[in-house]
Design a protein around this ligand. Structure first.
Ligand code: ZN
Length: 523
């Protein structure tokens, strides 16, 4: 008999009622497992001067946390399988290093909330895995240790991560179950989180508890996400091996992390992990995945052609079909760039092709400029404006850019941008935001009266295109522009990552890819 059944039988015999709030059985008596939810998620670049504060995490607490997870909605089967105790779940857009103050505040709120409903049979730990915090290495490893100090060692923790996160030995040690996305772009994000919860529930319900074995392999590869999309080879075939590997008898889950290239800590590298009860199979499955990864290391290329900005603009101008999309990669806020680098926009505005109102049409998305937005609100739609935007946080490459044009639209209420303004300068429609925001969906543009499908050139601060933009592109180039997430990793100047590391040390010899068994969290 498993532990929580024993627990409920003892309640029956000795207390006759349960103190816990029962969302499942409806008889006011609980024999369901008690599962907490916690997580702080961000991808943050240490090569960007930007800082991330607490409000950027839009932290939700208590029942509001359920709104993140459709598979835990009120009527969902999983909701009825446990008594859920959401603590705090914060999720920020990628950005710069998190301030120590913000991190400590989020952690202490999480721990206080967890203390309210002890003990737990399980905890769903939902993180990204690439958080950088001022003066602290391996923040997710720190967070799980501090959670363990509150909830104890018996609770089964199931961790869900982004494949661009990092799995330190410490994190692997203190979690029991662990999984990550198998697709980039992350179309399977919710499916992965659900898998983490399903695995947790089934280990609790079956009484099997913690896995007998966790294999961990550090793979000395560090690549940008823009080279490792699972839409194209070799990422496609590599990641296609993960699901079959995890479906074997004796295996709970298998996962490959690409890791995060824009932070400089010893934990920044690829990792393979496999969990399960069959020792030999856990070991060989992990080693096979690690070797498969290592064997294709030289085949990773950028997912689309890359070029300098000037070359990219020439190609886009020559293209006869629209839209031609240019990824302004170096300052991609969805990877951790400050998002306010003006270097690319300045070059575009200086280009003769775009000076005339009736020149080649171009949408630039986007540049933050809170003061510009304030002035635009004063002037109103249709009015003329002459003001500066951008380069408040990251002015290393170019100063604030002058935008002298006509205001075409002003929209309020976006969760990230708060206020968005479209200003037309020559033939360029520039989106200026109060706060930074990534432009990923067609709706992000059409809400502002813009029509990307009928525009000659669309420039977005992004790396690989998300599906909606990918589907409308008639041409696409990724411009190697400067910023906090420069794609030319050799320009970054790492000091603390482990060496040798591929591809920085191109001629390194084959590494030891034998599986290391991580101690159980309660050992
Ligand atoms: Zn990712």
């Amino acid at each position: 008999m498993n532990r929580f059944l024993l627990f409920s039988v003892s309640i029956l015999l000795f207390t006759g009622c349960s103190q816990s709030t029962n969302t499942g059985s409806g008889d006011g008596f609980s024999n369901l497992p008690r599962i907490a939810i916690a997580g702080i998620a961000i991808e943050s670049s240490t090569f960007s001067p930007a800082r991330t504060n607490e409000e950027a995490f839009h932290a939700r607490t208590g029942d509001d946390v359920f709104s993140f997870y459709p598979f835990l909605s009120e009527d969902s089967p999983n909701r009825k399988r446990a008594n859920w105790f959401p603590s705090l779940k914060g999720h920020a857009l990628p950005g710069g290093t998190v301030t120590r103050e913000a991190y400590e505040s989020l952690v202490s709120k999480t721990l206080e909330l967890l203390k309210e409903n002890l003990p737990y049979d399980g905890l769903f730990f939902d993180i990204h895995g690439a958080m950088s915090v001022e003066g602290l290495d391996d923040p997710e490893g720190d967070l799980i240790v501090r959670i363990r100090e509150v909830i104890g060692k018996k609770t089964i923790i199931s961790t869900s991560m982004d494949l661009h996160g990092n799995v330190s030995w410490r994190l692997a040690n203190h979690t029991d179950l662990i999984t990550c996305y198998r697709m980039a772009p992350h179309e399977d994000a919710m499916e992965s989180k659900k898998r983490a919860v399903d695995n947790l529930l089934s280990r609790i319900e079956s009484g099997k508890g913690k896995p007998n074995y966790k294999a961990w392999i550090a793979v000395p590869i560090l690549l940008p996400g823009e080279k490792t999309s699972t839409r194209i080879e070799p990422g496609k075939s590599l990641y296609a091996k993960v699901a079959p590997a995890s479906e074997q008898e004796g295996i709970i889950d298998a996962a490959i992390w690409i890791g995060y290239a824009w932070a400089d800590e010893p934990r920044n590298h690829a990792v393979v992990m496999v969990t399960g009860d069959d020792k030999e199979l856990v070991k060989t499955t992990a080693e096979n995945l690690a070797h498969n990864f290592w064997d294709v290391r030289s085949e990773f290329e950028f997912v689309a052609p890359t070029a300098t900005l000037n070359e990219s603009l020439e190609m886009a101008i020559e293209s006869t079909e629209k839209p031609f999309i240019i990824s302004d990669m170096g300052d991609n806020p969805t990877a951790g760039g400050a998002g306010d680098v003006t270097w690319t926009l300045k070059k575009i505005l200086d280009h003769p092709e775009f000076r005339d109102e009736f020149g080649t049409s171009l949408i630039y998305a986007s540049i933050p400029g809170p003061e510009f937005v304030e002035k635009a609100i004063e002037v109103g739609v249709g009015g003329k404006i002459d003001a500066h935007a951008g380069a408040i946080i990251d002015d290393r490459y170019s100063p604030p850019v002058r935008l002298n044009g006509i205001i075409q639209s002003i929209e309020h209420g976006d969760r990230n941008a708060e206020t968005e303004v479209v200003v037309k300068v020559g033939s360029v429609q520039v989106i200026v935001t109060k706060k930074r925001k990534p432009y990923h969906r067609i709706e992000d543009f059409t809400n502002l009266g813009l029509n990307p499908e009928e525009t000659d050139i669309v420039v977005v601060k992004i790396g690989y295109l998300v599906p909606e933009l990918y589907n409308i592109r008639k041409g696409w180039i990724m411009a190697l522009t400067p910023g906090g997430v420069d794609q030319d990793l050799e320009r970054l100047g790492y000091k603390r990552i482990l060496r040798p590391m591929f591809p920085l040390d191109k001629d390194m010899s084959d590494p030891d890819l034998s599986a290391k068994f991580v101690p159980a969290s309660n050992e």
